[in-house]
Design a binder for this molecule. Sequence first.
Ligand code: MF3
Ligand code: CO
Ligand code: CO
Length: 254
Amino acid sequence: MSIIIKTADEINKMRVAGKLAAEVLEMIEPHVVAGVTTNELNDLCHDYIVNVQQTIPAPLNYRGFPKSICTSVNDTICHGIPNDKPLKNGNIINIDITIIKDGYHGDTSKMFCIGAVTPFAKRLIQVTYEALFLGIEQVKPGTTLGDIGYAIQTHAHKHHYSIVQEFCGHGVGKEFHEEPHVMHYGKAGAGAALEAGMIFTIEPMLNQGKRHVKMLKDGWTAKTKDRSLSAQWEHTILVTDTGYEILTLRAEEL
Ligand code: MF3
Ligand code: CO
Ligand code: CO
């Protein structure tokens, strides 16, 4: 197996899928407030994806995942399962959306703050966003996967945050998770060289405390072992002839 180079037709389909995934995050934003449950957010996203977009929520039944979106609150690193607990003032939450349109996946996530969050939480969220973009800015033909990881790692460590190693970015297309693994740490110049037509996610998870993960018995929810806060942002990225195109960019990021 090797990294798939997408055709022009596949790239167009991935552009559509990426935009639709981004639009789900835009739709849900006004609903992400104190008092709402993550199950309610799941249902709003599910109905929008299925009925308005007429696309497919990729997480639902993926390897047994029971819901249509992932909702990861505070010390949950990723793959949180929506539940009936209301969000509270001061919570931070990652919402991760993956949709399938015309057989192709768009995968993206962002952090939301509920009411007033601490300056520490805001800083973690901001530095994680910066780390994602420093990784993205590495992307062009000839640079390597290691260059992406190194850029992210350098920024995270400069701010004394740790990087989760158990989960990584991934090729994406017809499959939810394809080659390559896109590590969020690494050595400059190491690993596979990027080529135009590759499409993968970058989705760094940074922890306030130590990097270590504790898996819950549900088999999905990954938390920080030391219960420190964790933040994550994700985009789906196309390698172009001259650099990159962010397929899941939101209007607020233009
Ligand atoms: N969207 C996640 C990712 O970025 C994967 C979620 S798998 C699920 O790779 F089953 F939890 F949905
Ligand atoms: Co992903
Ligand atoms: Co995702």
